[in-house]
Design a protein around this ligand. Structure first.
Ligand SMILES: [Zn+2]
Length: 131
């Protein structure tokens, strides 16, 4: 087996590396629906502009709409236009593995408050504003 030595031609900055990892998106000849179904099959995040959002049924494909950040700035996966008010959809199983829900954050805050009360650093009458 031959050994390959790769010599970089230029100084790669982190911005260049991230840009290189970015997918070029849907080709011009491709139908948007088929492209989005391929993204769904590989469980990628789907960003749709305001005019393409109504064409996508997230529940049927096991996707969920991002509720903490209802608006994202992204290039639409359906029509390839940049939209500053796009909507992001996540594969439901991946979403709950990666993101914390408001109920989880609330539960963690209550747990830490209970620990503070047990340790005695927080008096019983004292309250901390929940964020
Ligand atoms: Zn669109």
């Amino acid at each position: 087996m031959a050994t390959t030595i790769i010599i970089p031609r230029k100084d790669w900055k982190p911005k260049d590396v991230v840009k290189g990892m970015e997918h070029p998106g849907k080709s011009v000849k491709r139908v948007a629906g088929g492209w989005i179904h391929d993204l769904c099959a590989s469980r990628k995040v789907i960003c749709l502009c305001t005019s393409c959002t109504h064409k996508f049924n997230p529940g049927r494909l096991g996707y969920i709409r991002e509720k903490d950040f209802p608006v994202v700035q992204a290039k639409c996966d359906g029509c390839n236009t940049f939209d500053s008010r796009a909507t992001a959809y996540f594969f439901e199983e991946t979403y709950y593995q990666v993101r914390s829900t408001p109920a989880e954050r609330r539960r963690n805050t209550e747990k830490s408050l209970l620990n503070l009360k047990r340790e005695g650093t927080l008096s019983l009458g004292q309250t901390i504003r929940k964020g």
